[in-house]
Design a protein around this ligand. Structure first.
Ligand SMILES: NC(=O)c1ccc[n+]([C@@H]2O[C@H](COP(=O)([O-])OP(=O)(O)OC[C@H]3O[C@@H](n4cnc5c(N)ncnc54)[C@H](O)[C@@H]3O)[C@@H](O)[C@H]2O)c1
Length: 385
């Protein structure tokens, strides 16, 4: 009997993404045929009490309050980073120096310079690396890409991406780390516009030029605990007009002030022969319009059951899946790439490319002019047919 290679995971952060990734690592082998078996070895955070509870709840063998002590451990294969943006650089550099497989949450870093350092270190040490833009792994989104690559909607004219949330509408919501520039890098821009940018690159192509508008509606907020006011240092909303290398044009918009919208991640792509539309709130569906003469019309494809991307691992047709499955599919891609000895996508190259767009939007917001997105040789979304 062949013994399956084990992948010992060290996960940094037990918050929102720490939970999502723990679940993904735990579920992937139970639903898909994986070539390597992930082992939930050690989880890291700062608060010993909370961490102990999280480790037991999510099923981690050990816990540690020092990422510095676990990242280079010989028995660790994968370093999975679910900590705030300012920690991505030091943790990835340490993990790269220790030649680990590195899985990092988005955005890759807080600046282009940091993102480039991360990519260079991962490359120099021959690391397998991946960034967690999990929305590529929604089966309906993967299907959208397959339809586009197959030419079903023809040449692409428009990309319209909106990512709308409302968790900051209340001015009394506290000044959390996501609103500190030194910790988060930016606001809605890096947090959620980065997802719309990744989807645009995955589905349409490279972005070459952008306009930019950043807005902070509430400029100070109470600190949790003391109630003292502290400045909000990042954008509440980020908007941009974009031009693509292939001639398509687009709009991308992200906000935390779209009252009533909780996690409204939507895109619409119009091509010469048809249109594709997706809304995360109805994530098992893909809308497709193709020109078919008098019988043309939008249809809703229910992306469930065998034959659709990733669905072979789940349920019979009509039995829907949810948000957490996108992370399971993402770690599945990482495991398959490790087994095949190749780089998964999206990886740190995509992270740098994304950060270049984010920074160009910031520049454009200041200059109030169109700004070019610096192009990097040999870069691409890695999945273009
Ligand atoms: N892929 C997605 O859709 C998605 C969604 C949300 C967040 N994110 C990204 O995930 C990352 C984490 O966000 P989150 O929402 O999970 O944040 P969170 O605040 O819920 O959790 C952050 C975690 O980091 C830990 N942490 C902070 N400083 C630490 C340190 N010095 N040492 C060890 N651990 C430390 C905290 O203990 C906490 O467990 C960010 O990069 C964010 O942009 C991605």
């Amino acid at each position: 009997m062949q013994i399956m290679r084990k992948l010992n995971i060290a996960l940094i952060g037990y918050g929102f993404m720490g939970r999502a990734h723990s679940n993904a690592w735990r579920q992937v082998g139970a639903f898909f045929d994986v070539a390597c078996e992930p082992v939930l070895k050690v989880i890291c955070g700062r608060n010993e009490g909370e961490l102990t509870k999280a480790a037991a709840k999510f099923g981690w063998q050990e816990h540690s309050t020092s990422w510095e002590e676990i990242v280079g451990r010989e028995d660790i294969d994968v370093v999975d980073i679910c900590a705030p943006g300012d920690l991505h650089l030091p943790i990835t550099l340490a993990a790269a120096a220790a030649k680990k497989i590195i899985f990092c949450e988005k955005p890759l870093a807080n600046t282009v310079d940091e993102a480039k350092q991360i990519l260079a270190a991962a490359r120099a040490n021959g690391c397998v690396h991946m960034i967690c833009h999990n929305y590529r792994r929604v089966p309906a989104v993967t299907l959208a890409r397959e339809l586009i690559v197959a030419g079903r909607i023809g040449d692409i004219y428009h990309y319209r991406g909106t990512y709308l949330q409302d968790w900051l509408v209340d001015p009394q919501f506290p000044r959390v780390w996501r609103l500190e520039k030194a910790r988060a890098g930016s606001g809605a821009l890096g947090d959620i516009l980065s997802h719309s940018i990744d989807l645009a690159r995955y589905l349409v192509g490279e972005i070459t030029e952008v306009s930019g508008l950043l807005k902070t509606f509430v400029t100070e907020r109470p600190l949790a605990g003391s109630g003292k006011m502290a400045p909000v240092e990042v954008d509440d909303a980020a908007l941009s007009l974009v031009k693509f290398e292939n001639g398509a044009v687009g709009t991308i918009e992200a906000t935390r002030f779209a009252t009533g919208r909780k996690n409204y991640n939507r895109f619409e792509i119009n091509g010469s022969m048809g249109t594709i539309a997706f809304n995360l709130e109805r994530m098992n569906e893909l809308e497709l319009y193709v020109e078919e003469g008098p019988e043309s019309g939008f249809k809703t494809i229910q992306v469930t059951g065998e034959g659709y991307p990733y669905m072979e691992g789940w349920w019979p047709p009509g039995h829907i899946i949810g948000y957490e499955h996108t992370f399971t599919h993402t770690v599945l891609e990482l495991i398959m790439a490790v087994a095949d000895g190749r780089l998964p996508t999206p990886n740190f190259e995509d992270g740098v490319r994304n950060q270049l767009v984010l920074e160009a939007v910031e520049r454009a917001a200041t200059s109030r002019r169109w700004e070019l997105v610096p192009q990097m040789k040999g870069m691409g979304n890695g999945e273009k047919g």
